[in-house]
Write a protein that binds this ligand. Structure first.
Ligand code: FAD
Length: 131
């Protein structure tokens, strides 16, 4: 069975993992977080801050419906292996693959939910609302 490794547990990585899980492939998702962030929902969070948590799916494991999940950050890639830094191990863990999908997304800071909750952002929004 071909091993597909997907790096990045954002919208792209998670939906790819979920879709490929329905095929005859051995699917592994590498992601640093336990949750999945729905960044388009953050626009709503700006106006309805109490609903910020709705932009997070708390369990990436649940979202990928049976695909394997390696919790950590990919630190290097060779032609057949991804090296992953995990919080439990001092040395990176090797995750071999036959097919690789890189879904590490945009460049904004993750989790952007935390960014939206930060005191600086809250102060700026309050100031904007007063205008
Ligand atoms: C406020 C906001 C509003 C938006 N609104 C819309 C909208 O209305 N419509 C729309 O189509 N798009 C919208 N977007 C854009 C949309 O959110 C992105 O296009 C989409 O999130 C990209 O998905 P992605 O999976 O490619 O990347 P991301 O969602 O950025 O996910 C990348 C993932 O890769 C992980 N990662 C990064 N580096 C590593 C590594 N070394 N090892 C392992 N994992 C790694 C990250 O932790 C993250 O989980 C919006 C974005 C923002 C910020």
């Amino acid at each position: 069975m071909a091993r597909v490794v997907i790096v990045g547990g954002g919208i792209g990585g998670v939906t790819t993992a979920k879709a490929l899980k329905k095929t005859n492939l051995d699917v592994t998702l590498i992601t640093p977080t336990e949750y999945v962030e729905w960044s388009p929902g953050h626009v709503r969070s700006l106006t309805v801050p109490q609903e910020t948590e709705r932009s997070l799916a708390p369990s990436v494991v649940q979202c990928v419906q049976g695909a394997k999940v390696v919790q950590g950050k990919a630190v290097s890639v060779t032609s057949d292996t991804v090296m992953v830094a995990t919080s439990g191990q001092s040395d990176p863990v090797a995750v071999p693959y036959d097919l690789l999908v890189i879904g590490t997304g945009g460049r904004y800071a993750h989790p952007s939910t935390s960014f939206l909750k930060s005191p600086e952002v809250r102060r700026s929004l309050t100031a904007l609302r007063r205008l």
